[in-house]
Design a binder for this molecule. Structure first.
Ligand SMILES: [Zn+2]
Length: 322
């Protein structure tokens, strides 16, 4: 799933292709935006805000009613992506048309949004309605010691919350998804289910600073990696490695849902390297993420019924208290 680094790179690519140029094609394949026509208007800039992409388009010419400057907002969600092609190139193949949700083109470049999870158009002055709820952007220009302290303060406002769940909350800090959450907590030796309040302020600060360092590194590499390796299958310590031995200690990496449905996600961790509370686990074998799951389907859990391509995740029993 795209995280802040991927969205940041997408914004850079789109900015280079679209900014300062007039749109000659505006094709938004989204029910609420089908009548929108941005042709003849110049793209001012493309920026990312956490996992949100903002394409800012200048106001329309006064002879067409002087429409206000607008922002096309998209979110990639699980499998969305933006691609840039030469406008006179062969991008309009049958395959590349599948899942197309937006096409913005100038004379030189065509940006195509595939399988976008969200698409909205608002006046640029109303952008806050879409992204105003976000916490400090890990990759934003305002990131610094002050932002780190704001994040730590926001984390500590809910001391009983599992730290992995809190890191995924975009209102606390914007840009982190399940990959960087799992990897940072592995590198810090912290269970994703450890309550925020069980960590010292210094430890929380170290987690937040490591999130920033890894995401910044992610903006420089083509492949998302926390191990420094870029070859397939070697890019993560624990993420998507359930059922496989921990790279550090050999213990089997586990996966379990984290957070409250329907906003629950999955957290991968090594029980040995990341001691601390975790959902009660029955120890059943777990297939690596993406492996074909065999056997009869279980009852629908927080992630729904396992299917080919999904991890085999057992619903954790409620943790025993005391
Ligand atoms: Zn380990």
């Amino acid at each position: 799933m795209p995280e802040g680094d991927v969205v940041w790179r997408s914004a850079q690519r789109l900015h280079a292709a679209l900014a300062g140029r007039e749109l000659v094609t505006s094709d938004l394949r989204w029910p609420s935006l089908a009548a929108v026509d941005l042709r003849g208007r110049e793209v001012r800039e493309v920026v990312s805000r956490g996992k949100h992409l903002l394409v800012r388009v200048a106001g329309g010419p006064t002879d067409r009613g002087g429409e206000p400057a607008v922002t096309l907002h998209s979110h990639l969600r699980m499998e969305g992506s933006w691609h840039v092609h030469a406008t006179d190139g062969p991008w309009r193949t049958a395959r590349s048309q599948h899942g197309v949700r937006a096409v913005l083109a100038n004379a030189a470049w065509t940006a195509v949004g595939h399988r976008l999870g969200m698409l909205d158009l608002v006046r640029t002055t109303d952008e806050h309605r879409l992204v105003g709820h976000l916490g400090p952007d890990v990759l934003g220009p305002e990131w610094g010691p002050e932002a780190v302290e704001r994040v730590v303060t926001a984390l500590l406002e809910a001391p009983d919350r599992p730290v992995g769940e809190a890191l995924l909350d975009q209102r606390v800090l914007a840009g982190v998804g399940t990959f960087f959450m799992a990897e940072v907590l592995f590198l810090r030796g912290t269970s994703p289910w450890a309550p925020v309040g069980s960590l010292s302020t210094a430890a929380l600060r170290a987690v937040v600073e490591l999130v920033h360092r890894l995401l910044v590194a992610g903006t420089r590499d083509v492949a998302q990696s926390s191990t420094g390796e870029t070859s397939h299958g070697a890019r993560a310590w624990v993420h998507a490695r359930s059922g496989q031995p921990c790279r550090r200690c050999g213990t089997t990496v586990r996966v379990a849902p984290i957070g409250v449905a329907p906003h629950d996600r999955v957290a991968f961790s090594c029980p040995h390297c990341q001691p601390g509370p975790r959902p009660t686990d029955d120890g059943a074998p777990q297939a690596p993420l993406g492996a074909r799951v065999t056997g009869p389907p279980g009852p629908p859990g927080p992630l729904g019924r396992p299917s080919p391509g999904q991890p085999s995740v057992r619903r954790p029993r409620p943790a025993r208290r005391g």
